[in-house]
Design a protein. Structure first.
Length: 251
């Protein structure tokens, strides 16, 4: 009887062991695959996102500037200026390098980026506000993590979506430098801007022209006196930031 029971036990144990060897790796294998995906995909997405931001920083730093080289005026990028170029500065331009001031008027240079401090603003108030903003941000982040417990996959999907959307917007001449601008602009209902505000293509076009209280049409310039036209021409020439370049022969 005991011998028969021993054989019966061996017959029952062997199939269970073989079934455990065939199906027992499912749990461990699935955990390993999940951990591998999180470890492998997250650095890859972060690397791609960093490359996107690096390309954005290169685009934002490639500032065009007007120079005079070999007796001809042209527009080049700020990093392609060489010794001997005469830089024609306008309002809002960055001084690309050390040089000699040749000629000009009403020049005021702000050295805040070089000094790392603000000369014309009270910085103490800003430091206090930034401190409280950082504290509130830490508290909100902790509450969000505890209350929502966002999984790893959701943050990865959001990062990839932002990187893809940023690339698409660059093709439409819209560059987003800070990610929280998405959330900020999503809640905007009205945009208030000045007459020089450029929100789309960085271009300004005239839609209507008013002389006094009368709206002037395109073909009604003959009714304007020559003195007023001359003053308008001078005002446009003195207040414009555009430049006219004469192309080289054969180009």
């Amino acid at each position: 009887m005991l011998k028969h029971c021993g054989f019966l036990e061996n017959d029952l144990i062997k199939p269970s062991i073989s079934s455990q060897l065939k199906e027992g790796w499912y749990d461990g294998g699935s955990i390993f695959v999940a951990v591998f995906l999180v470890i492998a995909v997250s650095p890859g997405s972060n690397f791609k996102q960093n490359r996107q931001f690096l390309n954005l920083s290169k685009v934002s730093n490639n500032i065009p500037i007007d120079i005079v080289r070999n007796g001809r005026r042209k527009q080049v990028l700020i990093f392609k200026i060489v010794v001997g170029d005469v830089v024609c500065l306008k309002i809002g331009d960055q001084v690309p390098a050390y040089g000699l001031f040749i000629d000009g008027h009403s020049l005021l240079v702000e050295q805040t980026p070089l000094q790392g401090r603000l000369n014309k603003l009270t910085s103490a108030i800003g430091k206090i506000v930034r401190y409280f903003i950082s504290v509130v941000g830490i508290v909100l982040a902790a509450v969000t993590i505890v209350g929502v417990a966002i999984p790893e996959g959701l943050s990865l999907a959001v990062t990839l979506t932002l990187a893809y959307s940023m690339k698409r917007m660059i093709a439409d001449q819209a560059m987003v430098r800070k990610l929280f601008a998405y959330e900020t602009m999503g809640s905007v209902t009205d945009i208030c801007t000045v007459k020089m505000g450029t929100l789309t293509l960085n271009q300004m076009q005239r839609t209507k022209f008013w002389l006094g209280r009368e709206s002037m049409q395109e073909k009604s310039s003959t009714s304007i006196s020559d003195n007023i036209l001359e003053l308008l021409y001078q005002g446009v020439c003195f207040n414009t930031t555009g430049s006219v370049y004469k192309s080289t022969s054969g180009s």
